[in-house]
Structures are given as C-alpha cells and as structure tokens.
Design a protein around this ligand. Structure first.
Ligand SMILES: [Zn+2]
Length: 168
C-alpha cells in the first residue's frame, strides 16, 4: 500500500539496516508522538480514522497515533525525523564521494536547512572539496533557491549542466 521510497535493493522491513533514510517519514506507518512507537498502517486503523476516532497507541495507550509523515510547521516533527537520522548523515558524509540532491526544489526552509547542514558537516570534516554536492533538477528555481539562501555564495562552485534536445 502507498508509495515507497528507496532503492530496489533496500526494503524497510526486509533490510532494515539499509542506507535509505526517510527524512520526512512515510505513509505506510503510524507513529505515537508521546512514546515514538511506530506501528504499521492497518485496514483497521484506516477504518478508525474514517470514523474520525483516535487510534490508541499499543505501547503507551496514548490516544494519538498519527501518520508518520512530516507536515508543514509540524510541532511533532521529532517523532518523524529522529535525531539518529542526523548521526547517520554525518557518518555517511565521512565516506561519501559526492552528495546528490535529486528533484528537490529547495523551496521549503527544511530542505535548505539540510543542504546547509551537509555543508557544515563536510566543512567540519575538512571534506568540502573532497565531497561535492550536485543539485539535479531541470527547474532553474532549485539552483536559484540555494544560491539565494547561502551566505557565502563565493564558496559555491556552480556548474550548470544542461542538454538541449532539438525539436522538443
Ligand atoms: Zn505511545
């Protein structure tokens, strides 16, 4: 049910130690904002939601299971993106050859913050030059949004790569 992110070699249940991290959660799971317990989304839970009733957490009995999806200005975001996500990010950046930002518009402040955080971590590791970041997005807004949100634009090396397809 629902969309699933991740490479075909990874599955959140079959290979839970895989390297795909869902920064903003998913729509396959529910989470308890009180105890951070994660539950699979079941038919029964969907029916309970349709009746506009609260879903009780089986771990702590709080009446507030919610979709494990980050919303705008989500004041319960801690239960969606736990802190260990950023520890994983820092570990990955120690050995990464490059960072690809694919299809992200950087229109939301959170994604810009992730971009900044990656730069900060790479800088603290002395790896800014060793690990370039590439924004892959055919829309010009993505690059514009990053350039206009970074303090030291001179630190950025922008390489605009485009192909033109005659006749399209
Ligand atoms: Zn709970």
């Amino acid at each position: 049910m629902g969309m699933q992110v991740g490479m075909s070699t990874w599955h959140h249940e079959l290979h839970p130690t895989g390297s795909t991290v869902e920064m903003h959660g998913n729509i396959r799971q529910l989470v308890c904002p009180a105890c951070f317990s994660v539950e699979p989304l079941t038919r029964q839970a969907i029916n309970t939601m349709k009746e506009q009733k609260a879903i009780q957490c089986p771990s702590c009995a709080a009446d507030e299971l919610r979709f494990k999806v980050m919303l705008y200005d989500d004041d319960q975001g801690d239960c969606i993106t736990p802190e260990h996500v950023f520890e994983t990010l820092e570990e990955d950046l120690q050995v990464a050859d490059c960072v690809l930002w694919v299809g992200i518009s950087f229109e939301q402040s959170a994604s810009v913050e992730y971009f900044r955080r990656v730069r900060q971590v790479l800088a603290s590791q002395g790896r800014l030059a060793a690990c370039p970041q590439a924004i892959i997005n055919p829309a010009e807004e993505a690059c514009f949004n990053i350039v206009s949100s970074v303090c030291n634009v001179d630190d950025l090396q922008l390489l605009d790569v485009r192909t033109t397809h005659a006749g399209l």
